[in-house]
Ligand binder design. Structure first.
Ligand code: SF4
Ligand code: SF4
Ligand code: SF4
Length: 246
């Protein structure tokens, strides 16, 4: 019997789900081993009998909490894909702003029709999560390896080193030496130092690495002349929820 998989979206841009669709040949191979029973972006079936739930997006409303608890009761394995789901991601930027101002900005006079949580939450703050893949959007290679590992009942390797490790291995000139503030030292590697390798500083889409020394990073950025609000903005782009819980 093939394991049944359901893909669910919460507060997101749906770019991570698109990464699943974009797996193309890999997806066809995976489809030989699984049955997708619920995936709004790709199929019309809405099966409620599944073994593995893949979740994209963060929790931002009371309705999300109810849905997530229902999913957790059903699924044997829950894994989150992308930074919104796994660490709160971009959506958590609103946690640093005035809640009423944000609601007014988004919904205007209709804001009382929409029930929002006062804070945006990563999925693991609501229900236990078995595996969390970050990056915006989720990394396709990592996603395939994770699906294969889950099907084999194993834990896939998730890097714990920083972006700097792969950046150095690629022989890149450091962005800091080019006058650009790069978050690489505190961000989880695994993307192959994608941005610095293209001449762009890392904005932290894979989230803080385990044991990241944020205070040292802030002090270094200040030493290099970055104003306090710029430092907060850079770290807050993807890592607000992680900073809140550290
Ligand atoms: S992690 Fe990025 S690509 Fe994925 S849903 Fe969030 S914003 Fe979209
Ligand atoms: S460019 Fe960024 S990722 Fe690369 S070594 Fe410098 S700080 Fe680290
Ligand atoms: S270099 Fe940084 S921003 Fe770019 S993909 Fe990697 S983690 Fe994300």
């Amino acid at each position: 019997l093939k394991p049944k998989i359901a893909v669910f979206d919460f507060t997101s841009c749906e770019g991570c789900e698109l990464q699943i669709v974009n797996l193309e040949r890999d997806l066809l191979a995976i489809l030989g081993a699984i049955e997708i029973v619920n995936f709004r972006e790709a199929i019309s079936d809405r099966g409620e009998d599944y073994d593995i739930a893949i979740i994209e997006g963060s929790a931002s409303s009371p309705e999300c909490i109810v849905r997530l608890n229902k999913i957790r009761r059903q699924a044997k394995v829950v894994f989150t894909i992308g930074s919104c789901a796994s660490i709160g991601g971009l959506n958590s930027m609103r946690n640093t702003m005035d809640f009423e101002d944000v609601r007014t900005e988004v919904y205007g006079d209709n804001k009382y029709y929409y029930d929002s949580l006062p804070k945006n939450l990563p999925i693991s703050s609501v229900i236990p999560v078995d595996l969390a893949l970050t990056e915006c959007p989720v990394n396709r290679t990592e996603l395939v390896e994770a699906i294969k590992a889950v099907l084999q009942g194993k834990a896939p390797p998730v890097p714990t080193y920083s972006v700097c490790v792969e950046c150095k291995m690629n022989g890149n000139e450091c962005m800091w030496d080019r006058g650009m503030g790069c978050l690489g030292p505190v961000i989880r590697g695994g993307c192959g130092a994608l941005c610095p390798s293209k001449g762009i500083y890392c904005i932290g889409c894979r989230g803080l690495k385990p044991g990241a020394n944020i205070e040292a990073m802030k002090a270094t950025m200040a030493e290099k002349g970055l104003p306090a609000d710029e430092i907060a903005r850079k770290l807050g782009f993807f890592c607000t929820s992680q900073e809140e819980s550290s």
